[in-house]
Design a protein around this ligand. Structure first.
Ligand code: FES
Ligand code: FES
Length: 162
C-alpha cells in the first residue's frame, strides 16, 4: 500500500498536482513540496497563526490541515497576495507603523488582516483585535500591528492600546 497520495488543487491561482504523504500537513506540503516558504511554522498546534493560509476563502491554520485535504480546494498563501493591492497596502502599513520586528509572525498577520479587511472592510480597532486574536506576536505588543491594519481599513482609525 502506498503511503503517498496524489492531489490536485489550485495554489495561488494556478492548478497544481502533488504527491504527498498521507500524514503530511498542508504546511509541510506548501513549504517542502511546493517550495513556498512564506508560510511559517510556529507552534504546529493551531495556537500561533504563523501558518495562516486561505482555503476556499476561509483563513485556516495550515499546520492543522492534512495536505491530502487540499485536494480540489483553492489554496492561497502569502506569495499569492503579491499582486493584491490590499495586501500591498497592509505590508506598507506594517513597515510604516513599525509593526514588524523579527518578522516571523508577519506573513500570517498579513494573511489574517487581508482576510479580515476583505470580509469586514470597515473593521475598527476592536474588530481588528478580535480578528487577529489567533495570531501571536512575541515582539511588538500588538499595538503597532492593530494601528497598521486600522490605517488600511475604511475607518482609518488608529488602534487603541492592546
Ligand atoms: S504553526 Fe500553525 S498555528 Fe502555529
Ligand atoms: S514581529 Fe516578531 S513575532 Fe511578531
Amino acid at each position: 500500500m502506498s503511503l503517498k497520495h496524489d492531489i490536485e488543487f489550485k495554489l495561488n491561482g494556478v492548478s497544481r498536482c502533488a504527491s504527498v504523504r498521507v500524514d503530511m500537513s498542508a504546511l509541510d506540503m506548501l513549504r517542502d513540496v511546493a517550495g513556498l516558504t512564506g508560510t511559517k511554522y510556529g507552534c504546529g498546534e493551531g495556537e500561533c497563526g504563523a501558518c495562516t493560509i486561505l482555503v476556499d476563502g476561509l483563513s485556516l491554520n495550515s499546520c492543522l490541515m492534512f495536505a491530502v485535504d487540499c485536494h480540489g480546494r483553492d489554496v492561497v498563501t502569502i506569495e499569492g497576495l503579491a499582486a493584491d493591492a490590499k495586501a500591498d497596502a497592509l505590508r506598507a502599513a506594517f513597515v510604516e507603523h513599525g509593526a514588524v520586528q523579527c518578522g516571523y509572525c508577519t506573513p500570517g498577520m498579513v494573511m489574517q488582516a487581508s482576510h479580515l479587511l476583505a470580509t469586514h472592510p470597515d473593521a475598527d480597532a476592536e474588530a481588528i483585535k478580535r480578528g487577529i486574536e489567533g495570531n501571536l506576536c512575541r515582539c511588538t505588543g500588538y499595538t503597532k500591528i492593530v494601528e497598521a491594519i486600522a490605517s488600511v481599513s475604511r475607518t482609518g482609525k488608529p488602534g487603541a492600546r492592546s
